[in-house]
Design a protein around this ligand. Structure first.
Ligand code: MRU
Length: 330
């Protein structure tokens, strides 16, 4: 019997795998049925499905579901590789696909579904543990600054950085979240603000360039972001703007934490310089395309620098909030 799995932006049951297309949030909640692994790759690359843990979980489930009707090990192996390569920075994607292939080398459909289900359930459990460890760092009355989207939309569970904020809020701590809008694709403005509204957590949205002014006002007690890959020495890659926030936090004497599951740790990368950084199209910086339509503000041929992620060096990090506990050294 097929399992029934449900998360904020993913559903899986006998009817197939459906994902909430995050490109149109907060204005439209469109659910898309994933047709086959190549379709999943397109959805991941287009950021309809995004967030390091969620892309790993989604890729695993799409392969497992495809296997139920395509019992062809060569085809499944090729699909696993295609999914693994869909985006280069978030190691959770590679971790999930490698695990599928290593644990089910014959690509048996039942085995693939069992492992994909485990990956989903483990992510839910890891998020819960991160939330519980991280919530202890937050005090009643704290202002918390974050970037990008690290909540239920980015994982199978409550999220990582946003998950610990949610947990502390549910423990009745009065918090105020400051969410950076996260240029160029506005995951903070579109997705984190949407999640915070739904959860009823008090929050304020700011442009990324306003973080320094906010920090100088002394309103922020702690900064916390997620990660796409943590290297063996503790350096980590996360959404572009994370490095800038870490530098600002250090200057203003505010603790800067990263929250992530162990599936984000890549011991094969000695340090952050070895993490591949995804470069994205110029169109994302020339303008924006969303549920309300398209706008372009830059001349079409203007050259663009558009790394999707940057690397935060370990010396700027106060602590690593992992599902295994909070570490102050790496
Ligand atoms: O390009 P995105 O939206 O997939 O980038 C997401 C991030 O950088 C998140 O902070 C990270 O994946 C952690 S999500 C729990």
């Amino acid at each position: 019997m097929l399992p029934s799995l449900s998360a904020l932006s993913l559903q899986y049951d006998a009817g197939g795998l459906r994902i909430l297309d995050q490109r149109w949030l907060p204005d439209r909640e469109d659910w898309v049925t994933v047709q086959h692994p190549t379709h999943m790759v397109e959805l991941i690359q287009g950021l309809a499905v995004r967030g390091a843990p969620l892309i790993g979980v989604s890729a695993a489930l799409s392969l497992a579901h495809f296997a139920q009707s395509h019992r062809n090990p060569e085809l499944l192996q090729a699909s696993a590789l295609q999914l693994r390569n869909a985006r280069p920075t978030a190691v959770n994607l590679m971790w999930a696909m490698d695990r599928m292939v290593q644990e089910v080398p014959d690509f048996a459909p039942e085995g693939l579904l069992r492992v994909a289900t485990q990956i989903f359930e483990e992510d839910v459990a890891m998020c819960a543990r991160i939330a519980s460890h991280g919530a202890e760092l937050l005090q009643d009355g704290d202002g918390v600054l974050t970037l990008c989207n690290t909540g239920g939309l980015a994982t199978a569970g409550v999220g990582t950085a946003l998950g610990m904020i949610r947990e502390a809020f549910e423990q009745k701590k009065a918090l105020h979240v400051y969410a950076c809008e996260t240029r160029p694709l506005l995951q903070g403005g579109r997705l984190t603000a949407w999640e915070l509204q739904k959860l009823g957590i008090p929050h304020t949205l700011l442009c990324d360039s306003m973080a320094a002014a906010l920090l100088r006002l002394g309103k922020v007690k702690l900064c916390v972001v997620g990660a796409d890959r943590i290297a063996a020495n503790g350096d980590f890659a996360n959404k572009i703007g994370s490095y800038a926030l870490a530098v600002l936090a250090r200057y203003h004497g505010v603790p800067f934490y990263v929250a992530a599951p162990m599936s984000t740790v890549d011991l094969s990368c000695a340090d952050g310089s070895q993490i591949p950084i995804e470069m994205r199209p110029a169109s994302e910086v020339h303008g924006f395309h969303g549920a309300q339509g398209s706008v372009r503000w830059a001349p079409l041929d203007t050259p663009v620098f558009n790394p999707a992620f940057d690397v935060v060096p370990r010396e700027l990090i106060t602590g690593w909030i992992l599902d295994t506990g909070v570490r102050y050294q790496f």
